[in-house]
Each structure stands twice: as structure tokens, then as C-alpha cells.
Ligand binder design. Structure first.
Ligand code: SF4
Length: 342
């Protein structure tokens, strides 16, 4: 493997979140709460060949973890074909996908066969009526079928992601742990974040890691931390019976100092941080006929100048509120979390 490219804080370029579409078939309140959105122009969306080429260049610079995201990645036609192209790429040792699960029942087996290794399914509630109110979808059963299909397809380390919001699902923590345990999956509770798209965010809706641990401690008894990958966003914990779960404390205890992640949007814009104001247009270079060496030089130089630590900086904001207003998101859809891939 090539020598890692490091940023100004010594963080390696190691993990890439690759959005394959900005479209989504849910309208979760923490991500896409509006009625109308400005979408990326279709002609700007990278082809599979362009995407695969970018992955090849990133892999040559040390990226070995690739996670497919959206929007909802399963809305991208023929996704298994792209999975196969990336899975064959030397250097990519971990190919994963985050999905809302609605279309997973049909696609789990072909994706697994194409070389996808791991799947994370978003599951914010076990109650269909809550999903209807919160995500404007009556398809809770499809998510559960998707989780079952992922299990049956033989994915390792199945994870369930739950964004915890006070007054919505903070009474379901133990139920979600039990649900995951019964399916040999691991739940990861995510603190509600003030990222682009979360236009209704407020601090009082955030349930902190500390509060989640207190709630679960009252139910289960002593909870122990589990040592793990220092670059992983989730802190992992173990219940007295050995069941593990994770918490991603991105709002109250951010982990920017170990962040090795960057994001490429479906139109080839590269963001060094979830909170970054601007990204780097890689599509333009690709379509102007740049060679791999030219692309690699731009990516290397840009990463070496990286000083982003967006979530840590947000900690210092007095009267913290939503990051963007709707008009600002409409003016530049790249600010949306569903465009950046969460
Ligand atoms: S806020 Fe930015 S630097 Fe911090 S963990 Fe998230 S993506 Fe990484």
C-alpha cells in the first residue's frame, strides 16, 4: 500500500464516502424536511466509469475504505454494476454502503454477489406510525424486509443507524438494542446534528451520548466501553450480557482529531468535511481529459492543506442553531446533507 497522504493535523486520507445520487425516497425531518428541493443536474452526475476512475486515483493515494451513500444509493440504477467495478479495484479492502433499506430486499443478494462487504441500514424507529409522521413514508415493513434480506445475503457486521431525537424516538433505545440483538446486528445511536438540511435543528432536541448511556445504564446495569478503531466515528459499548452497541457523539463530543473521511458527491465535488463551505470540483478535471497523475496531484495537495474540524468548531458557537437556512440550501444544493452523503 502507498504511503498515507496526511493533512495538517496528521490525519490520513483513508476513507471515502461516495454519494451515487442526491435523490432519496424518504423525507426524514433531520435531513430532508422541506417539500421542494433543488437537485443536481442530471448531466453533472458522474458515470460509473468516471466514479470508478476517481476511486482508482483515491485508492492510489491510500484510500482503502469506500462507503456508498446517497441520498439513497439504491435509487441509482444498476448499482450492483458499480459495486463490482469498485470491488475489483486493488487497494479497496472495505466496501460498504449506507441505505435506508426501502429497496434492499430486492437488491441485497445481487449487491453481495457483486462484492459489497458491509451494509448499514438506517432505522430510526420500530414503530411504523412514527416513521410515517417523521419520514413521510408508510414503508416501515420494507425496511424490516431489507434488514432480513441483508442478513440472509450473508453480509458481515450488519449495522443499524438510529438518529436519536428528543420527543421522537428517545424512548426506543432499549427496544432498538433488543431488535438488533435478535438479528445479530449492532445498533449505533447518532446524536442529532446541525448539518446542512437539518433546518429544524435545535440543541434541545439533541440527546447526548452521556444521556443515552445514563438511560441504558438504568435499564441494563453497568456499561463498559469497548476499545476499537481510533478512526471509527462510533464509540462502542458493551452491556453486562456482552451485547455491543455504538454511539456517534458528533454533536456533543466530536471526533474531528481522528477524522480520515472525505466525501465525493454524485456530481464529483469533493468535500473535506461534512461542514465544509466549499468543495473541489473533480468532475471538471475528469471531463477536461486530465490524466490520473494530474487528478492525484490535486487530491494530494488539497488533502495536505486540510485543516477542517467542522464539528469541533460548531461546539464553540454561541446560541447554536441550524447551520443553514432554506434559501441558502436552495442557492447551493451541495450544502445539503443528502447531497454530501451524510
Ligand atoms: S466535522 Fe468534519 S472533520 Fe469533524 S469528524 Fe465530521 S467530517 Fe470529520
Amino acid at each position: 500500500m502507498s504511503e498515507a497522504v496526511r493533512d495538517t493535523f496528521g490525519r490520513p486520507l483513508a476513507s471515502l464516502r461516495l454519494s451515487v445520487t442526491d435523490r432519496c425516497n424518504l423525507r426524514c425531518r433531520y435531513c430532508m424536511p422541506e417539500d421542494q428541493y433543488v437537485w443536481l443536474p442530471r448531466a453533472s452526475i458522474l458515470t460509473f466509469e468516471e466514479t470508478e476512475r476517481l476511486v482508482r486515483v483515491f485508492a492510489g493515494l491510500g484510500v482503502h475504505k469506500v462507503r456508498l451513500t446517497g441520498g439513497e444509493p439504491l435509487l441509482r440504477h444498476d448499482l450492483a454494476m458499480l459495486v463490482g467495478m469498485i470491488a475489483r479495484r486493488e487497494g479497496v479492502s472495505d466496501l460498504a454502503m449506507t441505505t435506508n433499506g426501502l429497496l434492499l430486499a430486492q437488491q441485497a443478494a445481487p449487491l453481495r454477489a457483486a462484492g459489497l462487504r458491509r451494509v448499514t441500514v438506517s432505522l430510526d424507529t420500530l414503530r411504523p406510525e412514527r416513521m410515517l409522521a417523521f419520514a413521510k413514508s408508510a414503508r416501515h415493513a420494507d425496511v424490516l424486509a431489507g434488514i432480513a434480506a441483508a442478513r440472509a445475503a450473508g453480509f458481515g457486521a450488519l449495522k443499524l443507524n438510529t438518529v436519536v431525537i428528543r420527543g421522537f424516538n428517545d424512548d426506543e433505545l432499549a427496544d432498538l438494542i433488543e431488535f438488533a440483538r435478535a438479528r445479530d446486528a449492532e445498533v449505533r445511536f447518532i446524536e442529532y446534528m446541525d448539518v446542512g438540511g437539518a433546518t429544524r435543528w435545535s440543541m434541545d432536541q439533541v440527546v447526548s451520548q452521556r444521556e443515552m448511556l445514563e438511560t441504558l445504564g438504568r435499564r441494563y446495569g453497568r456499561i463498559e466501553p469497548v476499545a476499537g478503531d481510533p478512526h471509527a466515528p462510533a464509540d462502542r459499548f458493551r452491556l453486562p450480557d456482552g451485547t455491543t452497541f455504538g454511539i456517534i457523539a458528533s454533536t456533543t463530543a466530536p471526533f474531528c482529531r481522528s477524522c480520515d473521511r472525505s466525501r465525493v458527491t454524485a456530481d464529483g465535488t469533493w468535500f473535506l468535511c461534512l461542514y465544509a463551505e466549499r468543495g473541489v470540483d473533480l468532475r471538471d478535471l475528469l471531463r477536461r481529459g486530465a490524466g490520473d497523475a494530474e487528478l492525484a496531484a490535486l487530491i494530494r495537495d488539497t488533502w495536505q492543506g486540510r485543516a477542517d474540524r467542522g464539528a469541533e468548531q460548531r461546539l464553540g458557537v454561541a446560541d447554536r442553531g441550524a447551520l443553514y437556512r432554506i434559501d441558502s440550501l436552495r442557492a447551493d444544493p451541495h450544502r445539503e446533507m443528502h447531497t454530501r452523503g451524510g
